[in-house]
Design a protein around this ligand. Structure first.
Ligand code: AMP
Ligand code: MG
Length: 493
């Protein structure tokens, strides 16, 4: 096979397609074919995602699927395309971007868009090579499934395939392709693109498409003057607010919250330099390229609001009323704190809402920060402590034990009042034992580079069910090793 030519053959891989994004027309995308990669091999597969999109498990062992999900053949009936979008990157208008290395194969009849990431250059690649490396592809694969396991809205990952083809980043690495799945990959940046170019008919077409497909309730006359575009902005603001509450509660840092990485469906998308917090450092910046700390952990909720503001500006020509747009946007400021508090209450095992919950939560977060306590371990130990009434393992995490004891006193009163068994049960379902820490991903990547995918599979199995105990795998729930802090994750992927 000539690895530079576009794939020109098709193969049946048992998927039935429907192409609804493609009906939008050529202003929205360019039809093209993936560029093949030589000698592909399987790296990781999610049988859950295969089942989700109606793909029989046997296909995920077939050479036909291996070639198709590497971009070497086109699944029968696929209509492959890359979409155009623009966006704000690090707070600055970046102009046109687009799917520079993502190629949509289409939408399955069951409503899942299937996209190859790293399948070659597109008209939107700019200076890029259209490729993704094995390292970042494994991170995206594992994190997509980890987030889903945590109950956090996300694009899913069907599989990763690898190829010996060299890809130049800081070092020479090898190529991989992640097959991603989501109901839609439309971003805030898609709207910004048409608004910035004064293409109002296309802007309206896109908004109508998104409303009719994903937010039909926005057509129902609402408090927002029966304006479906304002209703859309409000619905997206609320979903984004709930997503941010989940990120913050679990200690997830996205790393590149540019408007082109914000899903119109409120999904976590475009996994790059993300990180789950080890020690609770509120100002933690996981992206080595983010020198200003714009996307620090504790800034994420405000950044999401800023991004929604950009979306509001883009939708303004359709909404036609600035006050209405502001009102829609303001819902974020109501929903985020409510959703965050609800998540934190669940983490604390508090079933009832009480006036001073906010203080209790602020205090414990302050203590975690002051003592540099491991975020995931703290919550999991606290969950077990509430069940067993032995708080010593939690207390051990704090250098300032007196301060912890003071907090524990007021917390225990609430728990004793509500009943500790009920609380512990809620907590064990709200505080995961396993998260995709950087060093765990790194171990799986190092092994995979040597052709050993067992570590990836183990990690995948744990992360798919992160609230289960998984006896014999405590090492994956332990403190990070010293070398973890030296891992540098940048935008390079
Ligand atoms: P990201 O920050 O990864 O979301 O990417 C921002 C923009 O750069 C998007 O338009 C991507 O499609 C594009 N891009 C990133 N990496 C590459 C690459 N290796 N080749 C082509 N385009 C890329
Ligand atoms: Mg992106």
């Amino acid at each position: 096979m000539n690895p530079t030519a576009e794939s020109d053959t098709t193969a049946d891989i048992g998927l039935a397609w429907d192409h609804r994004f493609a009906t939008l027309g050529p202003d929205f995308f360019t039809e093209l074919r993936p560029t093949p990669l030589p000698s592909p091999h399987w790296v990781g597969v999610s049988t859950n995602v295969a089942a989700l999109i109606g793909l029989g498990n046997a296909w995920m062992h077939s050479d036909a699927a291996l070639q198709a999900f590497t971009g070497n053949t086109l699944p029968t009936g696929a209509r492959s395309l890359s979409s155009v979008y623009s966006g704000h990157q690090f707070g600055v208008w970046a102009g046109q971007l687009g799917d520079g290395r993502a190629i949509l194969l289409g939408e399955t009849v069951s409503g899942w868009e299937v996209q190859l990431k790293g399948a070659g250059r597109t008209p939107y690649s700019r200076m890029g090579d259209g490729r993704a490396v094995l390292r970042s592809s494994i991170r995206e694969f594992l994190c997509s499934e980890a987030m889903h396991g945590l109950g956090i809205p996300t694009s899913r990952a069907l599989c990763v395939t690898g190829s010996p083809a060299p890809v130049r980043r800081e070092d020479i690495e090898t190529a991989a392709v992640v097959t991603r799945v989501a109901p839609s990959f439309v971003r805030f940046g898609h709207f910004e693109h048409f608004a910035a170019n004064g293409l109002e008919p296309q802007l309206r077409t896109l908004a109508d498409y998104v409303i009719d497909r994903y937010y039909p309730e926005c057509r129902v006359p609402t408090a927002l003057g029966g304006n479906p575009y304002a209703a859309l902005l409000q619905a997206v603001s609320e979903r984004t607010a709930r997503l941010m509450a989940q990120w913050q509660a679990v200690g997830f840092c996205h790393g590149v919250m540019n408007t082109d990485n914000m899903s119109i469906l409120g999904l976590t998308i475009d996994y790059g330099p993300f990180q789950f917090l080890d020690a609770f450092v509120p100002g933690h910046v996981c992206n080595h390229s983010d020198t200003q700390g714009r996307y620090a952990y504790n800034r994420q909720p405000n950044v999401a609001y800023w991004n929604l503001f950009c979306l509001a500006q883009a939708l303004l020509p359709l909404i036609g009323d600035e006050e209405l747009a502001k009102a829609a946007l303001e819902s974020y400021k109501v929903v985020f704190p409510e959703a965050f508090m609800a998540r934190m209450r669940a983490k604390l095992g508090l079933a009832a809402v009480r006036e001073h919950d906010g203080t209790l939560i602020d205090c414990v977060l302050l203590l975690l920060a002051q003592n540099g306590v491991d975020y995931t371990i703290f919550w999991r130990r606290l969950s077990h402590a509430v069940g067993s009434s032995d708080f010593e393992p939690v207390r051990d995490l704090f250098a300032d034990r007196a301060a912890f004891d003071t907090w524990l006193l007021s917390y225990s009163e609430l728990i004793n009042h509500d009943g500790s068994a009920v609380a512990a049960n809620l907590m064990l379902k709200s505080n995961p034992k396993f998260v995709l820490r950087n060093h765990l991903g790194e171990q799986a990547i190092r092994a995979a580079k040597l052709g050993d995918f067992s570590e990836l599979q183990t990690l995948q199995r744990l992360l798919e069910r992160p609230f289960d105990e998984h006896p014999g795998h405590d090492a994956y729930a332990a403190f990070p090793p010293d070398w973890a802090s030296s891992i540098e994750i940048s935008c390079s992927s």
